[in-house]
Design a protein around this ligand. Structure first.
Ligand SMILES: [Zn+2]
Length: 285
């Protein structure tokens, strides 16, 4: 009998120790403070940070500390990766996790940074036919693999947020989308009931953007802030909508109120209200 209980205890220990170790490690890494230079860089590169409440700021800094410790940044084509690049990218990645239970992109180990737009070699197979081509890219997110970013393009996005583009938010939205196992434009809702209206709103807005992409300005169509690139697929639509949601939230809420509401529910943040609540300040987020 004693041997039986010993086996049960051993099995429990084998199962529980890695579980508790993982939890302890996440907590410990999140508790490590950013140094003053990193906090300064965070404030400079993520304008919305100043509008978050102290608890949200603390949560964001904790995830950034974890991200910076766990992920490897690799410079490509001679790029020397510096602290500003690392903090800016980690800050945008972790902004998307705010308020949601997460392990900070556990399937992401490496970020590849190019100095500017880079050329990727792409091979496509359709049946027995294989085609290859070269295409210029600002970034890409590989399924359960690395994120690739052009630092030059991200720097330009940070300089001109009013354009509604941000390649880091775009690629990390793909990583958020992949959490449920699919790049399909529907992220994992917890609890799932919170996503009850998601499919209907997303498909309406996606269809509207496709119409715009095909016919430029369909009759009766209202103005939109969404980039036509989002018309390529539901996954690209989610990534493009995420960019607009964070970079031009007031325009997004005005022109796409239902879409804004769904994104706000998922990301557990209302950036338009946050930035408009600061009277007398020019809000570029
Ligand atoms: Zn994309």
């Amino acid at each position: 009998m004693n041997a039986f209980f010993a086996i049960i205890l051993l099995a429990l220990a084998v199962w529980l120790i890695p579980h508790f170790y993982r939890r302890w490690r996440l907590q410990y890494r999140r508790s490590q403070p950013l140094n003053p230079e990193q906090v300064q860089l965070l404030t400079e590169t993520l304008p919305i940070y100043q509008y978050l409440n102290p608890a949200q700021q603390r949560e964001l800094r904790g995830n950034i500390a974890l991200f910076l410790h766990d992920k490897e940044f690799v410079g490509c084509e001679g790029l020397q990766v510096n602290e500003k690049m690392k903090v800016a990218i980690a800050a945008h990645a972790c902004l998307l996790l705010l308020g949601r239970k997460n392990e900070c992109y556990p399937n992401l180990y490496t970020l590849l940074l190019y100095p500017d737009t880079y050329v990727a070699h792409e091979i496509r197979r359709e049946g027995y036919i294989e085609t290859s081509r070269h295409s210029a890219r600002e970034g890409e997110a590989h399924y359960r693999g690395p994120v690739v970013l052009s630092w030059g393009d991200l720097e330009e996005d940070l300089q001109f947020p009013q354009r509604g583009h941000n390649v880091a938010l775009h690629e990390f939205a793909h990583k958020v989308d992949e959490e449920d196992g699919y790049f399909d434009g529907r992220p994992l809702f917890e609890p799932s009931t919170e996503g009850a209206n998601w499919a209907e709103v997303m498909s309406q807005e996606f269809h509207r953007l496709r119409q715009r992409a095909e016919h430029r300005q369909p009759p009766g169509d209202k103005p939109s802030v969404l980039d036509l690139y989002g018309a390529q697929s539901p996954a690209e639509f989610f990534a493009v909508a995420t960019e607009s949601f964070y970079t031009i939230p007031i325009a997004m809420r005005t022109l796409h109120p239902e879409l804004y509401r769904e994104l706000s529910r998922f990301y557990r943040l209302d950036p338009a209200t946050l930035v408009s609540g600061k009277s007398g300040r020019e809000a570029n987020v």
